[in-house]
Ligand binder design. Structure first.
Ligand code: ADP
Ligand code: MG
Length: 333
């Protein structure tokens, strides 16, 4: 009897705790950086989510490539500009990652991306002369930094679209942490940044979309206090004559990346790194990308391939459950 009673009391406590956690969830959704964002916080300090949102909006004002009032727009227009701390930091980061990824990530790709119409949604396939002329202005050696001022060679323009959301997610994470939150899910248009574990102490369950049917999950990652970012050409693309053209450009060809990959998900303790790498690894194709992981090992990854295999790095393998049985799971070592 005594035992039954203590089991009942325990069950009631768990029930009440989970109710409490449910009650204290605050969801803040908004539109920024051309996508839908949400910040779910748990606990009493819900106004910190508003602070994080304000931070994202202020970063958007700096990094937007289309907003005529942004720092990046001013730099692209004038070719030389004194920049604030954040824009400078993110440009330096993107240039550094460009070097590390052998040019797979390249913020100077913007004039090519614009020619394809991806920035404004007026899509077209550029002719090869136009593309090769534009590619002459692509390359990180055409960007010069002197203390706070950045100057660009003639015809060079920068785009931080491949890293901005990851950077913003990391800033949100810092704000929530500084405000003593211990459990939060930040989702900036699919750039996920997790603070701690779920309020009940369990890992978060983050879906990896099926690139062939993006509203379905191909698998689930059970993870804690990390960033999870996916890149693929299934998110933003256009079709012409039965062929699909996606928004991630291979800087070597000027064409949308088209290799054996359908998507790349990167998991690490930095949202900025995840964002930069998911784009870069997607450009590389699986073989080069997997070798990049072996050489660096400062992140984990899930690669979805066109041959219906899912390649998962060793460390994250145990945290990934494959939901779609049409795909075969392989471990990368
Ligand atoms: P999303 O922004 O959809 O989350 P990504 O992080 O992969 O996806 O970034 C893709 C964006 O990055 C493109 O929309 C474009 O602005 C820019 N971009 C495309 N190709 C490259 C590249 N090779 N290097 C750097 N930036 C790129
Ligand atoms: Mg990216």
């Amino acid at each position: 009897m005594k035992r039954t009673l203590s089991v009942l009391i325990l069950a009631l406590c768990i029930f009440l705790t989970s109710c409490k956690a449910e009650e204290e969830k605050t969801s803040l959704s908004f539109y920024a950086m051309d996508t839908i964002m949400s910040i779910d916080t748990y606990g009493e300090n819900s106004e910190s989510a508003s602070l994080a949102k304000e931070r994202v909006l202020s970063l958007e004002k700096l990094f937007s490539v289309t907003d005529e009032n942004s720092e990046l727009f001013a730099l692209n227009e004038s070719g030389s500009e004194e920049l604030g701390k954040e824009t400078l930091e993110l440009i330096k980061y993107a240039l550094d990652m460009s070097e590390k990824t052998d040019g797979a990530l390249d913020p100077t790709i913007y004039p090519v991306l614009r020619e394809w119409g991806f920035t404004v949604g007026e899509y077209k396939i550029p002719d090869s002369e136009t593309l090769s002329a534009l590619l002459k202005n692509v390359g990180t050696d055409k960007v010069h930094i002197n203390e706070n001022s950045v100057s660009l060679d003639s015809g060079v323009m920068l785009d931080l679209g491949a890293v901005a959301k990851g950077y913003a997610s990391e800033e949100c994470y810092k704000i929530l942490k500084e405000n003593n939150l211990s459990s939060a899910l930040i989702n900036l248009g699919g750039n996920i940044r997790l603070l701690g574990s779920r309020p009940d102490g369990n890992p978060w369950r983050i879906g990896v979309a099926d690139p062939l049917s993006p509203s379905d999950n191909l698998g689930i990652l059970s993870v804690t206090d990390c960033a999870v970012v996916t890149s693929g050409n299934y998110q933003r693309y256009f079709e012409e004559n039965g062929k699909t053209y996606g928004h991630i450009i291979d800087p070597k060809t000027g064409f949308p990346a088209d290799n054996d990959l359908l998507s790349v998900t990167v998991i690490s303790d930095s949202g900025t790194l995840c964002d930069a790498l998911s784009t870069a690894l997607f450009v590389m194709g699986s073989e080069k990308a997997e070798q990049f992981w072996r050489d660096n090992k400062n992140f984990e990854a899930v690669f979805v391939l066109k041959d219906n295999t899912v390649h998962v790095t060793e460390e994250i393998y145990g945290s990934f459950s494959l939901e779609n049985k049409d795909f075969e799971l392989k471990i990368i070592q």
